[in-house]
Design a binder for this molecule. Structure first.
Ligand SMILES: Nc1nc2c(c(=O)[nH]1)N[C@H]1C(S)=C(S)[C@@H](COP(=O)(O)O)O[C@H]1N2
Ligand SMILES: [Mo]
Length: 230
């Protein structure tokens, strides 16, 4: 690997960031799954630990160390920007849209993958039909309740047959660590495109830079073809 493709060589890459965390938290992180489950999530220490702990092959990531705790009953997903009819969707509103389901592999740019993940939710095409994007709209900006995490997809990418807004995972409601009430899923791209704890989708005319893209990762995060890995 050359410097452009080796995540270890990137001074501000995710691996360097996680390395910093791991240095201080290794003992806690590997104390075992029970300690994770029993730790009060209000402890900032356990929240940092959550960046490192495996959960069925998954690593649970936050950039702040604090997982947003969203009341699903009160949560609304705002879809606005370059649309005819800006709207706020409750979970019930989203469940009333045509239901999408798929099984796909999840890839993080740092090298771990989880096979056979069952997702349920809605396709972006069905969500966008409800708000009617203007002809000037070119991209979707996904904003997390975890500030300042965000990312984006072009309209074409969001309309990929296996891209979706997911509110179910492995046949259960999406859990808080995985981004409840809803997150973005696009299996053909690395996981950092999959914004968790989604609160807003803004239709824009040009793709803004996402959180990890601001730290040097590719905007087009195609698995196997982007700069973080592979
Ligand atoms: N809000 C938010 N979304 C996020 C992240 C994050 O730190 N914060 N990390 C991303 C990265 S790099 C990956 S690989 C996946 C990990 O998903 P998981 O935490 O459900 O395993 O979430 C993505 N979405
Ligand atoms: Mo990732």
């Amino acid at each position: 690997m050359d410097d452009a493709t080796d995540p270890e060589a990137r001074p501000y890459g995710r691996r360097a960031f996680l390395g910093l965390l791991a240095g201080g938290l290794t003992a806690f992180a590997w104390a075992g799954p029970a300690s994770r489950v029993l730790s009060p999530i209000t402890s900032s220490f356990s929240q940092l630990g959550a960046n490192l702990l495996p959960l069925g092959g998954w690593r649970i990531y936050t950039i702040t160390g604090v997982m947003p705790d969203i009341d699903a009953a009160r949560w609304r997903l705002r879809v606005d920007g370059l649309v005819e009819r800006p709207a706020s969707f409750s979970l019930a509103d989203l469940r009333a849209l045509p239901r999408a389901e798929q099984v796909s592999t999840f890839h993080c740019v740092t090298g771990w993958t989880v096979k056979g993940v069952h997702w349920s939710g809605v396709r972006f095409a069905d969500l966008l039909a409800a708000v009617q994007p203007l002809s000037t709209a070119r991209a979707l900006r996904f904003v997390s309740a975890e500030k300042p995490y965000e990312d984006s997809l072009t309209l074409g990418q969001a309309l990929a047959p296996d891209a979706m807004l997911a509110f179910g995972m492995d046949r259960a409601p999406l859990s808080r660590p995985h981004g409840a009430p809803a997150r973005v899923v696009i299996p053909q791209m690395y996981g950092y495109k999959g914004v968790k704890w989604l609160e807003r989708i803004e239709l824009v005319d040009a793709q803004p830079e996402g959180y990890w893209e601001g730290l040097g990762y590719d905007q087009n995060a195609w698995v196997g073809h982007s700069n973080g890995h592979g």
